[in-house]
Design a protein around this ligand. Structure first.
Ligand SMILES: Nc1nc2c(c(=O)[nH]1)N[C@H]1C(S)=C(S)[C@@H](COP(=O)(O)OP(=O)(O)OC[C@H]3O[C@@H](n4cnc5c(=O)[nH]c(N)nc54)[C@H](O)[C@@H]3O)O[C@H]1N2
Ligand SMILES: Nc1nc2c(c(=O)[nH]1)N[C@H]1C(S)=C(S)[C@@H](COP(=O)(O)OP(=O)(O)OC[C@H]3O[C@@H](n4cnc5c(=O)[nH]c(N)nc54)[C@H](O)[C@@H]3O)O[C@H]1N2
Ligand SMILES: [Mo]
Length: 776
């Protein structure tokens, strides 16, 4: 058996262009267990967005392992190392098992009635004294579709608060917005099977090797087979992707838009464009061409600090591709001018006519396993089923579906993004924040500020989690949730594949599924429709799914052709799935039909530079026939940038062995041991100039705070330092030194998607005086 910590991608199974990716079934079982003596339950992976089909092994009411599903369209049996070992967290003895409430002595054990009644009486008091805008919800990209939809109906249709967002704001808000800008609607155009056909794969700010290991295995297997594709990598670090690339561009952080404009400039200047496609299916080409005309390679080379000849070479590869697959992730989404840069990737595929056929596609990636569902259900920044909050007919549809007055559904502005909610909490207009399945005390920028806001006496904080996280410590009520494997529901990955994940074991103690918790709240609040019937008419996941299907009918994310029965046994079906496409839809837009007609689109878009909303009339005039839109924007420099030689760009991100704030992976011994402590990556030159050797303890300071981390020298371009953001302040040592990357990051966000900027900040780094600190 392969050691999957040493070899995260496992053994190669090469294949050639157009062939089927060979199967390989990975599995992990507790020592001494045999596959025949355990029970297997169908599920899918929850430690990334890839949507790998997995079966859960259980024995005596405990999870004892996992194995890949050979028949799954996404992974064909492969399992990511985090999924191989991460399930052990479910069995951890320190799971939350009873509700906690705050009294004079801090958080104390309680019971469900006490905890829920506290939440309900606070809600009612706030509604009476301030109205619904005193209440906000901050949810996740890791719950189930049924749970988000229930929460969304409670927020939009029950309470009538517009303050509803998810940690998807930190994750894929830019993916969503780049899709809305280009196609008028969320929804991934491409499919993972595009990897099987592409002759060029371009990865923009996407370290797929560490963050979607199964997808990278697919790419590695293409690279090991006949007709291997060329790879373009855009990343300031020398990642595994960069090492495998034909061309690696390592721009200075925050300059992605200039780089993209430079690539578009070359593609257009060399006339590597598909004029027929542009004429038939797009609007805006002349504006795009005019904008990028200002970005010749020499100019861009200066802004991004990459060689002009590499830019030309990259543009040639993109320009001559026959089947171009582009993927985008956090190096763009969390960086400066995020939506503007990500949208240019769509533009590149569009002007080359590379969309909707095998190998020609765009993957504006997701990160979290169920981020797509947060977006679909209207639990972050939108209305359910990609309805346009500015289109009164869409609001009326929802009001009819829920049988409520349309005035009850807030649509006076875009739903509030989390950074704005925090500001409202800071200013005092938001008085209750219900946080589910996210750990903002580690994952939001500028943690000192976050702690101050969440720790305020006047803010009532509810935390619904499976562990007593850093955030839970700041809560007034903590609700113990059931985890993956302990509840049933569906979720959708980055390429629109819907999976069913079934309950394998009971949750520990009194823990309840998030669905049960939300339904319980709705019942205690007694939310009713116009006829006096309960607003939430469902009690279990399958009836919640049926309610969602009705909501999705006729919309782009149409689930009406799906059912638990259809998902059971098989493995993964891509939406839209309805009477016309009963087996699902592999690629969107192959027929040149977009979801962008003015009456149907999810959004009229925003100005890419300022975020100013495009008016309905303006949108209708520019795109009356519902085509794809080529939207352009000029580069401007990030406002915080190094001003002297001592300062460095700080960028942050992930390692293959850890997931986010490590509530799960730190509790899996193999994963924890593989990356137990924070580190900082520095270039050889930057380390030498500071007298820092490999393994030295360093202090990293920004205007917001400081962190201590051991140096890893090499593997990154000059002028840039990289910190993984996984390590919370739990085991901040007794010297009081922090280690969470977000102590350093900046309170700033993209004007269009409102996604926080985790990838650009300025720091100073020096060798720590005391090198012998324990644990570091
Ligand atoms: N192992 C593991 N896998 C995961 C996760 C995890 O925590 N651990 N999380 C999941 C989630 S929720 C997400 S969102 C995804 C994220 O997946 P990725 O986006 O692939 O991961 P990151 O490490 O955040 O960032 C990717 C790369 O962006 C580069 N980068 C930084 N700044 C810039 C810039 O300005 N320009 C460019 N071009 N590149 C830049 C970084 O060097 C980094 O290699 O991973 C998912 N998969
Ligand atoms: N500096 C920096 N910061 C970043 C990023 C970065 O690249 N750099 N990336 C950002 C991105 S892309 C993301 S996605 C966020 C992630 O940030 P978070 O969402 O804060 O990270 P997690 O640790 O995944 O938190 C999920 C929480 O949900 C709990 N949980 C798991 N399953 C369940 C369940 O079924 N029910 C309930 N109720 N709880 C559950 C877990 O125990 C955990 O506490 O971080 C963001 N922050
Ligand atoms: Mo994410």
């Amino acid at each position: 058996m392969t050691d999957r910590i040493a070899q995260p991608w496992g053994a190669r199974t090469p294949y050639a262009a157009g062939q089927r990716w060979p199967d390989r079934v990975d599995a992990e079982l507790t020592d001494g267990m045999h596959p025949e003596e355990v029970q297997w339950t169908q599920s899918a992976a929850v430690l990334h967005s890839n949507g790998d089909g997995i079966d859960i092994a259980s024995h005596d009411g405990r999870i004892v392992g996992v194995r890949g599903r050979r028949i799954d369209r996404v992974n064909q049996g492969r399992v990511d190392p985090k999924d191989l070992f991460g399930w052990q967290a479910n069995n951890s003895p320190d799971r939350l098992t009873v509700p906690l409430v705050r009294d004079h002595d801090g958080l104390v054990e309680s019971d469900w009635d006490t905890a829920m009644n506290r939440i309900v009486s606070r809600t009612q008091a706030l509604l009476r004294d301030f109205g619904p805008s005193a209440i906000g919800f901050y949810t996740s990209g890791q719950l189930l579709l049924e749970e988000y939809y229930t929460l969304s109906v409670i927020g939009h249709g029950g309470l009538g608060t517009n303050h509803m967002d998810g940690n998807t704001r930190l994750c894929t808000a830019t993916a969503e917005w780049a899709l809305k800008e280009s196609f008028g609607c969320d929804g991934q155009p491409g499919s993972y099977t595009d990897v099987d056909h592409a002759d060029v794969i371009a990865l923009y700010g996407h370290n797929v090797a560490e963050t979607q290991t199964v997808l990278w295995s697919r790419m590695l297997d293409r690279l090991a087979g006949a007709d291997a594709p060329q790879i373009l990598c855009v990343d300031p670090r020398e990642t595994e992707v960069a090492k495998a690339a034909t061309v690696h561009l390592a721009p200075v952080p925050g300059t992605n838009l200039a780089l993209m404009n430079g690539l578009l400039h070359e593609v257009i200047a060399n006339d590597w464009v598909d004029h027929d496609y542009i004429d038939a299916y797009t609007v805006g080409f002349d504006e795009l061409a005019a904008c990028v005309a200002d970005y010749p390679p020499e100019h861009v080379a200066q802004i991004c600090d990459v060689p002009a000849r590499d830019l030309r070479r990259a543009a040639e590869i993109l320009g001559q591709a026959q089947r171009l697959l582009s993927t985008v992730l956090q190096g763009f989404y969390q960086s400066h001018q995020a939506t503007a840069a990500a949208t240019q990737v769509n533009n590149l595929n569009l002007i080359r006519g590379m969309l909707g056929r095998p190998g020609a596609g765009v993957l504006q990636m997701n990160g979290q396993p169920t981020a797509q569902n947060t977006r679909e259900c209207g639990a972050n920044g939108g209305l359910p089923a990609f309805r346009n909050w500015r289109n009164d007919e869409h609001v009326t549809e929802l009001a009819q579906l829920w049988n409520v007055d349309s005035a009850r559904i807030p649509h006076y502005s875009e739903p509030t993004h989390v950074m704005q909610m925090l500001r409202f909490a800071e200013q005092g207009s938001l008085r209750m924040l219900w946080i589910s399945a996210t750990n903002p005390a580690v994952s939001l920028p500028e943690l000192r500020r976050i702690r101050d806001i969440l720790g305020q006496h006047r803010l009532f904080v509810v935390v619904q989690d499976i562990f007593a996280t850093e955030t839970a410590q700041l809560a007034d009520v903590v609700l113990p949730a059931a985890a993956w494997g302990e509840k049933t529901g569906t979720f959708t990955n980055a390429d629109r594949t819907v999976h069913l994940s079934e309950k394998a074991v009971e949750p520990p103690g009194q823990a309840r599924s998030d669905l049960e918790i939300f339904c319980d709240y709705a019942e205690r609040m007694d939310f009713r429709d116009r006829d006096g019937l309960p607003l939430i008419s469902w009690k279990d996941s399958e009836s919640a799914f049926a309610a969602w299907q009705r909501c999705s009918a006729g919309r782009p994310c149409d689930y009406t052709g799906l059912s638990y029965a259809k998902l059971r046994g098989g493995s993964g079906i891509q939406w839209p799935c309805n009477a016309e496409s009963p087996d699902g839809t592999e690629r969107l837009y192959g027929d040149g039909e977009f979801f962008s007609a003015p009456s149907y689109c999810e959004s009229y878009g925003k100005d890419l530079r300022t975020g100013a909303a495009v008016e309905a009339a303006e949108y209708g005039a520019a795109n009356p026939d519902g085509k794809a839109m080529l939207r352009a924007a000029g580069y401007s420099a990030p406002h915080e940038r190094p001003t002297d030689d001592e300062q460095l760009w700080l960028t942050t991100g992930r390692t293959v062995y850890q997931f986010h704030t490590r509530t799960k992976t730190a509790r899996a011994p193999e994963l924890n041991a593989a990356a137990p402590q924070v580190w900082v990556e520095l270039s050889v030159g930057d380390a030498e100039r500071r007298g820092i050797g490999d393994g030295d303890l360093t202090e990293i300071r920004s205007a917001r705070g400081s962190v201590e981390a051991r140096a890893r020298v090499g593997g990154i371009r000059d002028g840039v330092a990289f910190l993984p953001f996984h390590y919370g302040y739990w085991d901040t040592d007794d010297t009081g030194h922090h280690r969470a990357a977000n102590e350093l990051t900046i309170t700033d966000w993209d004007p269009v998607s409102k996604q926080p900027m985790f990838k650009t900040a300025v720091v100073r780094i020096c060798r720590s005086a005391d090198q012998d600190r324990s644990g570091r």
